[in-house]
Design a protein around this ligand. Structure first.
Ligand code: GLN
Length: 286
């Protein structure tokens, strides 16, 4: 059997993954993993022959992808914000949309070097939100919570790998996991998909933990629990920032209103879909 080149391997994989919107990037990432190469390396030297071991590795990674397994779980990693995070099937795969939560938190807090804030990320999963904020603002104290012990292990392992020392971890459900004391900001990307939603049977969602995806009451039960409990844990002037489904903006703004927040608003993600709602706990006496 004559050796195939990395360019041929890529074409073969894209063909095998035909029909997926991410065929090209998936093929590139799997080939990089099989060869220990970078994407730039693939393009700089498309004639590079694959050794039989490399070809075997590539074909077994590709086989898993053809069966639907998410690339992030196959490679056990995903990039989010500026970080490379380890992910396992115990955690939701971080999505680019969620970077809007990080960006909004940084904007609200003002320029680096300002106050040392106390921030909580509820249901941290891989740690994506908490670790991004901790890396951008080393003087903040970030707390990451999750009900799942397996998820907390992934998140704390990511903190160690990234050398981030300003993040701590606590197990528990939403605000019940929070210690005494008041936070300047609480963020969460909770589960918000309604049970039975057709998307749950498609793509990566089939492989992700249902506890990170599905919430009762048309996907609003966990968002409601967080909105109702958060005011007791926020300092006056503190912020709550929530990711939600693109059709849930009105419902989440209502939950924030009825929980006593002010300045309630919703922001659109990169696809111009309403994705993040935020609100402020009014300073008493104002
Ligand atoms: N954003 C994910 C999706 O719709 C869902 C994640 C979540 O429920 N927080 O694919």
């Amino acid at each position: 059997m004559s050796a195939i080149s990395s360019g041929q391997a890529l074409r073969m994989a894209q063909h095998a993954l035909f029909g997926s919107d991410t065929a090209q990037i998936d093929a590139e990432l799997l080939l990089c993993a099989a060869l220990g190469a970078t994407r730039a390396g693939l393009y700089a030297w498309p004639e590079r022959p694959l050794t039989p071991a490399e070809r075997g590795r590539f074909e077994s990674l590709l086989e898993r992808r053809i069966l639907g397994e998410p690339v992030a779980y196959i490679l056990e990693e995903r990039e989010f914000w500026t970080l490379r995070l380890r992910v396992t099937p115990a955690v939701l795969i971080p999505r680019p949309e969620t970077e809007l939560l990080v960006e909004t938190a940084l904007t609200l807090a003002g320029p680096a070097g300002a106050e040392a804030l106390r921030v909580a990320d509820l249901g941290t999963g891989s740690g994506a939100i908490a670790l991004s904020l901790a890396s951008e603002r080393p003087h903040w104290q970030v707390l990451a919570t999750d009900q799942s012990v397996a998820a907390l292990q992934v998140a704390s392992d990511n903190a160690v790998r990234l050398g981030l020392h300003n993040v701590s971890f606590r197990q528990g459900s939403w605000c019940e996991a929070l210690p005494e004391g008041l936070f300047d900001m609480i963020l969460s990307n909770p589960p918000y998909i309604a049970p039975g939603d057709a998307h749950l049977g498609q793509g990566d969602l089939r492989f992700e933990p249902s506890s990170a995806l599905i919430s009762a009451e048309q996907g609003l039960a966990d968002l409601r629990a967080i909105c109702h409990a958060a005011p007791r844990h926020l300092a006056p002037g503190g912020w709550l920032l929530l990711e939600h489904g693109f059709e849930q903006g009105t419902a989440v703004r209502q939950l924030l209103d009825e929980s006593g927040f002010s300045g309630v608003r919703t922001l659109a993600d990169l696809n111009a879909l309403p994705r993040v709602s935020l609100a402020c706990l009014e300073v008493l006496g104002e």
